[in-house]
Design a binder for this molecule. Structure first.
Ligand code: TRP
Length: 362
């Protein structure tokens, strides 16, 4: 079977290091592994509108930001199809048909939707489009027959919902669609990178994000201000790792080789953690190390971003070409879906002949 990837992001802001360790870094590795037949990366503007319908300008402005972040990280339009969701009209058609295969109760049970409804205070006034977005996400994935979907942990319920839709479709109509699997981040820290204030999630409104496009200075300032262990007052005090943002970031970013370069007194992160918990290791030293580690990873991204920023029209061209390519793929699957659903009347000569004969016989 072919190996096909689809994944994407909502364009509601620049991408941050949480996006990076949660999925972006992995996508680039997968792209460069050469193991995949097709890689589709989508800017999910239509999905972003499901809870930003009254702020289309925000979505519009952030298309280019997300595209720049993608390219800066090393997604390569020669190897991956980068496209815009709203420009693949077929996706809405899939969504319309899949809506018949899902109950309202099932959508209400979707934990991600539940959580987001709470976060957005929608309660009794949930827009239908928002409520429906897991179905639209199933359309995104199945239109490309993707079997691998690299996403963060909070997206698992969406993949589960997609698998159910695929199963139902294939059972009721014909086995046209492919059941996808989520490809999750390498470890817990990558999956749920907290904000620099230690809050569970990075969010623009909390002002606790490190963005991929942040300057070296900003990154350093943010790292030096990171939440650590409030009980670790003196260097000699034993420190705690649980909920300690600096160590969570090290779990996500640090490799053994970084110790050779920046902190040769320790062989690896376990040794550093050991010293911290025993006492005698100050936060500033750990933060400086984290800064070195993160700068090393972010510097090439920043430099590439600057290069791409020099030719913005070209980026729109890339997205336009990608969207056309994505449309071709989606149209092929849609035609199979419509045949399976028996709504391909004009291509079905058998149908036309049979109807004609029925009336001739009368
Ligand atoms: N929901 C994803 C996010 O918020 C974006 C997205 C839309 C997506 N459709 C998708 C991700 C399909 C994976 C597969 O970032």
């Amino acid at each position: 079977m072919k190996k096909i990837i689809l994944t994407g992001d909502r364009p509601t802001g620049r991408l941050h290091v949480g996006h990076y360790v949660g999925s972006l870094r992995r996508r680039v590795e997968l792209q460069n592994s050469g193991e995949f037949d097709k890689i589709n990366i989508m800017i999910a503007d239509a999905q972003a509108l499901t809870d930003n319908f009254d702020n289309p300008e925000k979505v519009r402005q952030n298309i280019i930001e997300v595209a720049l972040d993608y390219l800066a990280c090393g997604l390569d339009p020669k190897k991956s199809t980068l496209f815009i969701q709203s420009h693949v009209a077929e996706l809405t058609e899939f969504t319309f048909y899949y809506m018949n295969l899902v109950t309202v109760a099932r959508l209400q049970r979707n934990p991600t939707v539940k959580n987001e409804i709470q976060m957005r205070n929608f309660e009794q006034s949930i827009p239908v489009g928002f409520f429906n977005y897991p179905i639209s996400q199933a359309a995104d994935i199945t239109a490309f027959k993707a079997n691998v979907v690299p996403v963060g942990e909070y997206q698992i319920p969406m993949i589960e919902q997609t698998r159910e839709i695929v199963h139902k479709f294939n059972t009721v109509y014909a086995p046209v669609l492919v059941e996808p699997k989520a490809l999750l981040p390498e470890n817990d820290a990558c999956g749920r990178l907290p904000g620099i204030d230690g809050k569970a999630k990075m969010s623009k409104s909390l002002g606790n994000c490190i963005y991929l496009a942040d300057s070296a200075d900003d990154v350093k300032k943010k790292i030096m201000s990171m939440y650590t262990d409030p009980t670790h007052l003196l260097v000699s005090d034993p420190g705690h790792l649980e909920g300690n943002t600096v160590f969570t970031y090290l779990d996500a970013f640090c490799k053994d080789e970084h110790f050779e370069r920046y902190l040769p007194e320790y062989a690896n992160l376990d040794e550093l953690k050991g010293h911290y918990t025993r006492g005698g290791l100050g936060d500033v030293k750990v933060k400086k190390f984290l800064n070195n580690v993160m700068q090393e990873e972010l510097e090439p991204i920043r430099t590439r971003r600057k290069e791409f920023e020099k030719d913005i029209p070209e980026i729109y061209n890339i997205l336009k070409a990608g969207s056309e390519d994505a449309r071709n793929t989606a149209a092929k699957t849609l035609s199979e879906v419509k045949s399976a659903m028996r709504i391909n009347y004009f291509e079905d000569e058998e149908l036309i002949k049979a109807q004609a004969e029925k009336y001739e016989a009368e």
